[in-house]
Design a protein around this ligand. Structure first.
Ligand SMILES: *Cc1c(COP(=O)(O)O)cnc(C)c1O
Length: 407
């Protein structure tokens, strides 16, 4: 599906069955192609946070742990995420950050690995925090982290755990989760999947793929707000595993105040401490936009938006940009990236012109597609603005070269 003119792009929007969801978002006047990095504010989250602060905290005080159901938030919010990732609600919990959850599930996975297996296998291009956490877990557990650009080829009977991110944060390349998980299981390895760039963007089927463990992010495609709590998934056969962050919220009876740790049965043992109630409430409200959404339709529109961007960049910016993402939607997540030797100032100039994407070192311009609020005309206009910046070298101005702390 593509559009050669703006009128054709507008016609695609007029026929789009997802178009009405845009009204659920509280969007400023920019073209936002960065919902894969920080999802926007929903109207529901704005209202919910005001209620949690003003009424539940302000009036209810400590009574709200029970009367407002704060204590159940980790499982209640998990039940909204579970259908988005092909999991039963009892196999998912919302807690902590993706990095901390990865520490917990990777440690648990090593404790479940076949005897004598101490190697965690991943890719050098995996998201840095995933590799850093794996290094830390490996150091603490007497294990080793091995990296291969072709992890399927590197899988052998020495591997304890294969740890991969389904969708590559730089290029958007997507692994075939079912096929890779089956290959890991054939050599007796367990899998840990990071769904940071999958959950809420693509249909994910953890149970169908036979995945062992997974983690994912609350503030990207799930729109939970900056630093929103993350989630983790543990397949039922691994829920007796121990995880090292044995805090009181993972205890069988947190309010019995027993001196010795006794893990809760099931997924709740993967909790650690008190949930961040305001943040968790924002995520809870934001997830309601997915209540009646078919992720197959979301993925189809995402592919169409990305195909439109690639076709227009080829036509208008082909001399300046190199596609860094798979051309085929079948092996791509919900983003498209291009390389440019001066990627950083190009992106700063684009942001100054009202089109927000992001830059990833060393040379990647990254654009995320979020079909619940991104329109075909947005993509159409964004490429016009990008083409103008490149053709006139508008990016080559001192203010666009200055590096900010967060890119
Ligand atoms: C965004 C992202 C994270 C973020 O981890 P935090 O603990 O929330 O900072 C982790 N892994 C991947 C693959 C990501 O894309």
């Amino acid at each position: 599906m593509s559009a050669a003119t703006r009128a054709e792009a507008a016609a695609l929007d007029a026929a789009d069955p997802l178009a009405h969801h845009r009204a659920a978002f509280d969007l400023p006047d920019v073209i936002y192609l960065d919902g894969n990095s920080l999802g926007p504010l929903t109207r529901a989250a704005r209202e919910r946070v005001a209620t949690v602060v003003g009424e539940e905290w302000g009036e209810g005080l400590i009574r709200s742990w029970n009367t407002a159901g704060w204590v159940d938030l980790p499982t209640r919010v998990a039940a909204k995420i579970a259908p988005l990732i092909g999991a039963a609600p009892r196999d998912v919990i919302v807690t902590d950050s993706t990095s901390v959850n990865l520490f917990k599930v990777l440690s648990a996975a090593l404790s479940e690995a076949l005897p004598g297996r101490r190697t965690i296998l991943s890719e050098p291009g995996n998201f840095p925090t995933d590799l850093y956490i794996a290094e830390g877990v490996a150091a603490g557990e007497g294990a080793a982290l091995a990296l291969s650009d072709d992890p399927l080829a590197a899988l052998d009977e020495s591997v304890a755990v294969l740890m991969l991110t389904e969708v590559d944060y730089r290029t958007g390349r997507r692994h075939d989760m079912a096929r890779v998980t089956a290959a890991a299981h054939r050599v007796g390895a367990l899998t840990v999947w990071d769904l940071a760039h999958s959950a809420g963007a693509l249909p994910v089927d953890l149970a169908g793929a036979g995945a062992d463990f997974a983690v994912g992010c609350g503030y990207k495609y799930l729109n939970g707000g900056p630093g929103a709590p993350a989630f983790l998934y543990v397949a039922p056969q691994h829920q007796d595993a121990t995880q090292p962050l044995s805090g009181w919220f993972g205890h069988a009876a947190p309010f019995a105040f027993e001196p010795a740790y006794q893990p809760a049965a099931g997924i709740e043992r993967f909790l650690t401490g008190t949930p961040s109630v305001i943040a968790m409430s924002a995520l809870d409200a934001a997830l309601d936009v997915f209540a009646d959404v078919d992720l197959t339709a979301v993925a189809a529109k995402s592919a169409a938006l990305a195909d439109l961007m690639i076709a227009r960049v080829d036509a208008l910016c082909g001399d300046h940009l190199t596609l860094a993402s798979p051309r085929s939607a079948a092996t791509r997540g919900s983003q498209v990236s291009f390389r440019h030797p001066s990627g950083y100032p190009v992106m700063q100039a684009l942001i100054a012109a009202g089109v927000i994407g992001d830059f990833r070192a060393p040379d990647i311009l990254r654009f995320g597609f979020t079909p619940l609020y991104t329109r075909f005309v947005d993509v159409f206009d964004a490429v016009d603005i990008l083409a103008d910046i490149l053709a006139a070298r508008r990016w080559d101005a001192p203010q666009f070269h200055r590096r900010a702390a967060v890119t």
